[in-house]
Design a protein around this ligand. Sequence first.
Ligand code: NAD
Length: 363
Amino acid sequence: MKPIKMALIGCGRISPNHIAAVKNNADKVTLAAVCDIDEQKALSLLQTFDLQGKVPVYTDYQSMLHKVKPELVTVATESGYHAKIGLDCLEAGCNLIIEKPIALSIRDADRLIDKAQEKGVKLCACHQNRFNRSVQKMRETLEEGRFGRMLHGAAHIRWNRGPDYYRQAAWRGTWELDGGALMNQCIHNIDLLRWMMGDEVSEVFAYTDNLNHPYIEAEDLGVALVKFRNGAYGVIEGTTSVYPQNLEETLYLFGEKGTLKVGGRSVNRIEEYRFEGIGEEQSEEVKRRYHETPPNIYGFGHTPLYADMAAAIEENRAPYVDGQAGKRALELVLAIYKSAAGGLPVKLPLADCGTTDFKGRFD
Ligand SMILES: NC(=O)c1ccc[n+]([C@@H]2O[C@H](COP(=O)([O-])OP(=O)(O)OC[C@H]3O[C@@H](n4cnc5c(N)ncnc54)[C@H](O)[C@@H]3O)[C@@H](O)[C@H]2O)c1
């Protein structure tokens, strides 16, 4: 099979992870073009990978789609542009990876999902932490039925983002293009919690606030309680105010017959593994084996995500993290925003709702 022709739109902070993932899947995917409205960013991205002069650079994604005709496009622009650019790529018949969050409103997420279906192409939401070795082990353990009945799960995201991070890009923390700590930083773990607890949420109650970041519009703290349709509960605690640096991104699952904790800076190591019928030695062995130390909080997940997307295209099946998965994570964050804004529990599924509904909330 010839490698799939891939193009990247948006050459900012996360873009090197995408280029590295393509390089690591060179037999399956090849980089055909990069695009950024800021040409310098595209050029310096290529330079980082010693690709200058070898891969064409565009500043207008429509002309790139027209000339290069990529089979796969990745959208890694500001979140508020994902839907518009993504729809244009789908319209052009491209398979699509969209950085998280897939969109900023339910309506836009639905549009993307429907358009991918209409065009017969694959849509993947970039929740790469699903591919962490520790998270994969958690999923495998769950699918083996080792937990028995699920009782509750807890997602803690205790990170730090300060003025320097927000100064780098004015879109961050705005309702129009981003959202706050939950929509941007915490959505990975919120995705994992929902996925592990059976996906179906019946109700959410939450508080959100901006306690420590007066220079952004959206929240820097969210605490939420989640009721799942299977009778289990969830707790979410997410913040970007932890002093003085990122502390942890941790997911606990508690079942009738098992306890599993994945911790580390970004859910990359198993820290507790206790199950009926599993002895101390075996449990220590799991903790030793499922332990990764990535160079940054983005982890190693982009590479297997691209491998899976290439296989999904080749085998004509849904990607491991499809558009619906992206929508479910988005929906849970929006439900938290809605509950916090209204001071009331919110039932799911959510009718249309988007980040711009919350403009002015912390002014
Ligand atoms: N998966 C992860 O772990 C992860 C980590 C960081 C960021 N992200 C997501 O990735 C996206 C980008 O984040 P970032 O921090 O890299 O942002 P960034 O601001 O560093 O980069 C965004 C780039 O998109 C470019 N751009 C904007 N409009 C464009 C257009 N029409 N055509 C071409 N390029 C355009 C901008 O010029 C900029 O260079 C966001 O949605 C963010 O939530 C995901």
